[in-house]
Design a protein around this ligand. Structure first.
Ligand SMILES: [Zn+2]
Length: 304
């Protein structure tokens, strides 16, 4: 369990065509002060509005997670948020020069690789967590999310698709930065050919092609091979890790997700936070204790 907050050791710059807009989108991740959390700055909009990552600024839709202050939005934030949450990064400024976060290969691998290439920096402040205090369940049609108290971030994800390559898949994992890199970061999003063609015809996926997602027809992956046979459920877990970071601080507890998606993840998180006595934001120690416990400012490169 990490004790101290972390930020980036140096800025990280990424650029790619966005799948919704078809435009080239650049994002720059910059270090931020301890306690600042995650802030998005919309550089493509006049006045460059700042949107702090907080539950009230996040919407879950069927296909993506959206950050919005009610006036301006950034689409597809989930895989970037997943990489930040998975690597244990607390404080960062995300400058976005466009309407969405690029999808790259549909996984979190590019974010993880480029962030770790620059390295992380520990900060002299104890980490805060969103802690689950009591069991809590949220249902939405067939989908369900169950939360339970746990001393670490544990997840269990189950998906079921009527497709010969997917079927029922279950993944159980204790999440820490190493497990995240090894077990989840590489897992690509997936879609069905018919669905993608329909959406492309409607002009909804201007930049989407076979490099942004695993695409399936009735029996096989058109752009395989799979990294693992259960890459599909691993991607769902990657999405869940990203969506739970909509709280703005890391999650601590057990979460079980059945047949869920972004909409349910975000709705469940908001319900968890607003239900009395079910979750709390843990406090750090008193400032005097920081003085003795905090490490000297140092940078390190994590292994990838
Ligand atoms: Zn996803």
């Amino acid at each position: 369990m990490q004790r101290f907050q972390q930020t980036l050791a140096a800025p990280v710059e990424l650029e790619e065509v966005g799948i919704f807009s078809g435009q080239k989108v650049r994002i720059v991740l910059e270090p931020a002060e301890a306690g600042e959390g995650v802030t998005f700055v919309l550089e493509g909009v006049s006045g460059a509005p700042r949107i702090p990552l907080r539950p009230e600024h996040v919407l879950g839709t069927e296909g993506a997670t959206v950050l919005s202050d009610g006036y301006h939005s950034v689409y597809m934030v989930e895989h970037l948020l997943s990489a930040l949450h998975g690597l244990g990064i607390d404080n960062v400024v995300v400058r976005v020069f466009g309407p969405e976060i690029p999808l790259f290969d549909g996984s979190a691998e590019v974010f993880v690789r480029e962030i770790l290439r620059q390295g992380l920096r520990l900060q002299p402040a104890l980490k805060r967590y969103l802690e689950v205090l009591r069991p809590f369940e949220v249902r939405n049609g067939v989908g369900c999310l169950r939360f339970r108290p746990a001393p670490e971030f544990r997840l269990r994800v189950r998906i079921a698709f009527d497709h010969p390559l997917i079927g029922e898949q279950i993944l159980q994992l204790t999440l820490n930065p190493l497990n995240y890199q090894k077990e989840l970061a590489f897992a690509r999003t997936f879609g069905f050919k018919e669905d993608l063609l329909r959406r492309k015809e409607k002009g909804l996926l201007r930049g989407g092609d076979l490099s942004n997602a695993l695409v399936l027809d009735e029996s096989r992956v058109l752009n395989g091979p799979l990294h693992r046979p259960d890459e599909f459920v691993r991607h769902k877990a990657l999405d869940l890790v990203g969506d739970l970071f909509a709280a703005g601080i890391p999650f601590r507890g057990e979460v079980e997700a059945e047949l869920s998606g972004h909409r349910l993840h975000i709705e469940a998180l908001k319900n968890l936070l607003s239900a009395p006595g079910v979750a709390r934001l843990s406090d750090g120690l008193a400032p005097v204790a920081f003085f003795f416990l905090a490490p000297k400012k140092r940078s390190f490169r994590a292994h990838y």
